[in-house]
Design a binder for this molecule. Sequence first.
Ligand code: AMP
Ligand code: MN
Ligand code: MN
Ligand code: MN
Length: 276
Amino acid sequence: MPEIYDLHCHSTASDGALSPTELVQRAQCKGVTALALTDHDTTAGLAEAAQAASEIGLRFIPGIELSALHANQCLHIVGLNIDPLNPVLLAGIAKQHAIRESRARKIADKLQKKGIEGVYEAIREKSGDGEITRSHFADFLYQHGIVTSQQDAFDRYLSKGKPAYVPTQWAALEEVVHWIQAAGGVAVMAHPLRYNLSQKWMNRALAAFKTAGGQGIEVVTSRISADEIRFSQQCCQRHQLHASVGSDFHTPDNQWVELGRFPPLPSDVKPVWTLF
Ligand code: AMP
Ligand code: MN
Ligand code: MN
Ligand code: MN
């Protein structure tokens, strides 16, 4: 039986709705046979997920989704098949955690100036010791009736140019790729179409990524069109990158994004899992 891979998803260790155990169990129910958990800038969910996966006979690949800066643009780099205990990676994660905490407090301060009080404390309590992302702020604003949806929260408060946007100095792209490589992992550029980069800037970003040691790009994700797959496929060929697949699942509440649910990888790309 061929494996069914899903190499990008989130748990309560960052902005996912399910615990690592629930996530692994849901993945198996949805037909996934090999799963990578890739929480934002944290490996905190990996031990629990690995344990749950081994109990039900699911192949588990330890992963992470790191935020990185290149040419003033935030890019998401997925690290796959990493050693979660590698000291270089752990030091990098500690830096990202400090950045996330200080950013979360700044976002909360900006919301306070708009008359929305106590957001940081509420989110911190709800997320336990998980990493705080802008999704948490979007959920708060939605649950308090301040916006009409998560998307509305980004459109009105959290996106670039909006009142609660905080420019963030994530680690440089090269540095992030280095952490992943030091941990024995494969670095993959996540959801290339979500950055709204022109072809020229995408090529520049991918060239820098490849030079830094990047090895893959997500070609198939949730809700992707045939044209979009072709675009990423061409990026693979032009930059000699392997192809990855991942749902970027966050919550069962989003009916459009489900574990393991995306089109097949085109046959003429090299799957990233041949590297691990
Ligand atoms: P952060 O890494 O803290 O900037 O948060 C990024 C997370 O927020 C992403 O992983 C998504 O889960 C979510 N997100 C970003 N942009 C949007 C958007 N326009 N609508 C809904 N969710 C978004
Ligand atoms: Mn997220
Ligand atoms: Mn992402
Ligand atoms: Mn993600």
